[in-house]
Design a protein around this ligand. Structure first.
Ligand code: ATP
Length: 275
C-alpha cells in the first residue's frame, strides 16, 4: 500500500510556479488555502474550516501537481494514494487503510514539525461513487464512511490539521454525500489547457533542453489543441529523443512536429481542428 511523502525523501517539491497554465485553478486553490493558513482569523470569525477540496478534470491536467503545490504552499506534509488502493475483497480492510493513511500523514507532519498535512486521494470516485451503480456493497460504504469520519476529525488526535484533496475525472458519478458542507465543499475545475496554458507548459518542459533558434513554441502550442499537460511533457521528451537519435545538438521544429504526431498517434487523441 503505497503512500508518498514529501519531506526527507527524494520526492521533488512542487510549487505553483512549476505548474503551467491552470491560472484559474491555481487562484481558486490558493484562495481556499489562504483560509486554512490563517487559522486564528478563521476561528475568530467562526468560519467552519475547510476539510476537503475536490479537483475535477480530465487526466494528465496537473491535479496531482496542484495537490503537491498545495502542500508546499501551506507547509504541510503530503501523502497520496489512489481510490482503487482502498478497495479490497474483505470488508473492513479499506476502512483500515484509510485510518492508516491519515495516521501516516499526521506522523509525518509531526516528524517534520509541521502543523498540517495534505492527504491526496486520486480517483476519489472509486470510493465515493453514487450508490446503486454496481458498487453498493458494504465494503465501499465502510471505506467511504471512514474517510468522512477522518475528515470530520472528531475522534482523532487533532494536533495536526488534515486537509483532504480528492481528484477525479468523473465528477458526474460522485455520491452527493461527499460534496456536502464539511466534506469536499470546495470544487476546483482543472481543464485541458488553452493555447496560452499549453505555451507555458511547453516552456516548463523545455526549460532544460537545448532548442534550436528556429523553434517556435507558440506554433507548437497552436498545433496541440486537446493536449493535456501530460501529453505536452511527453511531446517535449519525444522531441529530445528524436534529436538524440539523429545526433543533433539541439531540438528543431521538425523534431517537435514529429513528436506532436507521435503523441497523437500514441494516444489516439480525439481532436478537433484548431480554430
Ligand atoms: P490523472 O487524472 O491521470 O491522475 P493528473 O491531472 O493528476 O492526472 P498529473 O499527475 O498532475 O496529472 O500530471 C502528470 C504529468 O504531466 C506531470 O508530472 C507533469 O509532467 C505533466 N503536467 C500535467 N499538467 C501540467 C501542468 N499544468 N504544468 C506542467 N506539467 C504538467
Amino acid at each position: 500500500f503505497a503512500v508518498v511523502a514529501n519531506k526527507g525523501s527524494e520526492q521533488k517539491l512542487i510549487n505553483f510556479d512549476d505548474i503551467g497554465g491552470q491560472e484559474v485553478a491555481k487562484q481558486e486553490l490558493r484562495e481556499s488555502l489562504d483560509f486554512i493558513i490563517d487559522v486564528q482569523r478563521i476561528q475568530k470569525l467562526g468560519i467552519r474550516p475547510i476539510k476537503g477540496i475536490l479537483l475535477s478534470g480530465p487526466p494528465g491536467t496537473g491535479k496531482t501537481l496542484l495537490a503537491k503545490a498545495a502542500a508546499q504552499y501551506t507547509n504541510s506534509s503530503f501523502v497520496a494514494a489512489s481510490g482503487s488502493e482502498f478497495v479490497e475483497m474483505y470488508v473492513g480492510v479499506g476502512a483500515q487503510r484509510v485510518r492508516q493513511m491519515f495516521k501516516q500523514a499526521r506522523d509525518l507532519a509531526r516528524q517534520n514539525k509541521q502543523a498540517s498535512a495534505v492527504v491526496f486521494i486520486d480517483e476519489i470516485e472509486v470510493l465515493g461513487g453514487k450508490r446503486g451503480q454496481g458498487n453498493s456493497n458494504m465494503e465501499y460504504d465502510q471505506t467511504l464512511n471512514e474517510l468522512l469520519v477522518q475528515m470530520d476529525g472528531v475522534s482523532v488526535d487533532d494536533d495536526i490539521r488534515c486537509l483532504v484533496i480528492g481528484a477525479t475525472n468523473r465528477v458526474d458519478i460522485l455520491d452527493p454525500a461527499i460534496l456536502r458542507p464539511g466534506r469536499f465543499d470546495r470544487q476546483v475545475r482543472v481543464d485541458l489547457p488553452d493555447k496560452i496554458g499549453r505555451r507555458s507548459i511547453l516552456d516548463l518542459h523545455t526549460k532544460n533542453k537545448p532548442l534550436a533558434a528556429e523553434v517556435s513554441l507558440d506554433e507548437i502550442a497552436q498545433d496541440t489543441f486537446g493536449f493535456s499537460g501530460a501529453h505536452l511533457e511527453s511531446l517535449a521528451n519525444e522531441a529530445a529523443i528524436l534529436a538524440l537519435r539523429e545526433g543533433s545538438e539541439a531540438i528543431r521544429m521538425d523534431h517537435l512536429r514529429s513528436a506532436v504526431d507521435k503523441v497523437i498517434l500514441g494516444e489516439k487523441l480525439d481532436r478537433v481542428p484548431t480554430p
